[in-house]
Design a protein around this ligand. Structure first.
Ligand code: ADP
Length: 299
């Protein structure tokens, strides 16, 4: 954490409850930065502070003495104001209870042999701490990825088809929110048809300005899932401010990691896009620090 006082380290906070996709997000982020990374280091096991989170340092490969990006990843990176103030950008993965439950069942029951009752009990037992120390952090995040049950299937309770919202704070330096068709407008878009294959229940995008915990935000939403990932280029070509370096980079990343959880829906798409936005922010921040050495120390 002291690294952030140095000139050339960009510090990112990534917060979510356990089992909510932090490792998956880190893998997507690392890939966007070119794949070079230090193995994650555990927090100090003796520490009884809230800052017992994992940190990952990513070294972009193309430079010999590269500036660094430090990701503070865990349950509470935005809880303490002193830590929050060190962050150049922060992300909260907000998985609704219904979806969290569906994922836990998938992982703990199918893969680890736990019973439904014990999974329910462990979620219930964690709930007070989650409500008090984890969930409140989302108000401070620059970007929130909210994962909800679909609205395309009436009374869906399977938790397989997801409605995912990317909530992006306005006015954050070096971060220009992604938009669909027309910045600041309210848009609904069903891309299924000639250029995108959709099976039931289809795909629906929306985009609109909104407020979130008193902050102005832009919200991009995707409900449904992709049948064919290679056709994602059609969706990508209609999004703006996605911070790609070449046409089709989002689709390329999604295809490259098609085996990661969430690659056929908005969780994978928005995690990939946020990864590209962080790369962009990182490059702009480093350029500004190199260009103005006297302003390099953050006040
Ligand atoms: P964390 O690092 O926060 O504990 P992981 O990225 O390791 O979370 O994900 C934990 C598990 O949750 C995965 O093995 C998978 O079963 C499930 N999961 C995570 N992200 C998704 C997703 N986008 N869609 C479906 N399941 C997911």
């Amino acid at each position: 954490i002291t690294c952030s006082a140095e000139n050339k380290t960009v510090v990112i906070g990534l917060a979510a409850d356990s089992g909510c996709g932090k490792s998956t997000f880190m893998r997507r982020l690392t890939s966007v930065f070119g794949g070079a990374a230090e193995p994650p280091k555990g927090g100090n096991p003796d520490s009884n502070t809230l800052i017992s989170d994992m940190t990952t340092v990513i070294y972009p490969p193309e430079l010999t003495k590269p500036p660094k990006i430090l990701v503070i990843e865990g349950l509470h990176p935005m809880y303490d104001e002193r830590v929050r103030d060190l962050l150049d950008f922060s992300i909260y993965l907000d998985i609704s209870n219904e979806v969290k439950f569906a994922w836990k069942i998938q992982r703990d029951m199918a893969e680890r042999g736990h019973s439904l009752e014990s999974i329910k009990a462990s979620i219930e037992a964690r709930k007070p701490d989650f409500d008090a120390y984890i969930d409140p952090q989302k108000q401070y995040a620059d970007a929130v990825i909210e994962v909800l049950p679909t609205q395309l299937i009436p009374d869906d309770n399977e938790g397989k088809v997801l409605r995912v919202r990317l909530i992006m704070k306005e006015g954050v330096k070096y971060f220009n929110p992604v938009y669909l068709f027309d910045e600041g407008s309210t848009i609904g878009w069903i891309p299924c048809g000639r250029k995108l294959t959709c099976s039931y229940p289809g795909i629906k995008f929306s985009y609109s300005p909104d407020t979130y915990y008193g902050n102005e935000v832009s919200v991009l939403e995707m409900d449904g899932q992709f049948d064919r990932l290679d056709e994602l280029i059609y969706v990508e070509s209609h999004l703006s401010n996605i911070s790609t370096k070449f046409y089709g980079e989002v689709t390329q990343q999604m295809l490259k990691h098609a085996d990661f959880p969430g690659s056929n829906n908005g969780t994978g798409l928005f995690q990939t896009i946020v990864g590209l936005k962080i790369r962009d922010l990182y490059e702009q921040l480093i350029a500004s620090k190199v260009g103005a050495p006297l302003e390099a120390t953050r006040s």
